[in-house]
Every structure is written in structure tokens, then in C-alpha cells.
Design a protein around this ligand. Sequence first.
Ligand SMILES: [Zn+2]
Length: 100
Amino acid sequence: MRKSQEESSKARITELQQERSVLLNGREDLVAKVPTNVVKRYERLRNGLVNAVIIISDGTCTACRMALPAQLTIELQRAEDLHQCPHCRRIIIHKSVIEE
Ligand SMILES: [Zn+2]
């Protein structure tokens, strides 16, 4: 009795593994169907060169790891305007602004 249960479990695992590989293959097909320009745009964004917005929590840009001018950090906390990192040009938002 016990033996056959074990065997049916094994069969079920094999079945699930097969289903999983079918699903994974399906996902690859889906990626292949995404238009090339969308993929390129996504890759550019992922590389962080275009329109990236970053959140900082101290006086350092978390993207390029450069220290921000003290005055800029103060202005960021006031959040009266949008500011960019002077080093990497990303738009920066201070953490305290979004936590309130
Ligand atoms: Zn930066």
C-alpha cells in the first residue's frame, strides 16, 4: 500500500515537472513575440540611462554613488521642485518625501 503511494507521488512529480517545462517554453515564445522596439526600450531603461527616477535616503546618489551637494539634499527634502543628480542626470527624490 505504502509502496504504491510512493510511486504515485513520483509519477505526480514527473507530471508536474513536465508541466513546468511546458510553461517555461511558453514564456520564451511570449518574449519572442514582444516587438523589438519595446524590448530595446526596456533594455535602455534597465541600463538606467534614460528617464530613470531614483530614491535617495542620504546625501549620496544611489545610482552613481556620487555625493550630492548639501544644498541640493536640502532642496530635495523640501520637494518644491524636481531635481536631477548633477553627476548622472537621473531624477532624484528624497525618501522622506514619499514616506510622509
Ligand atoms: Zn547620480
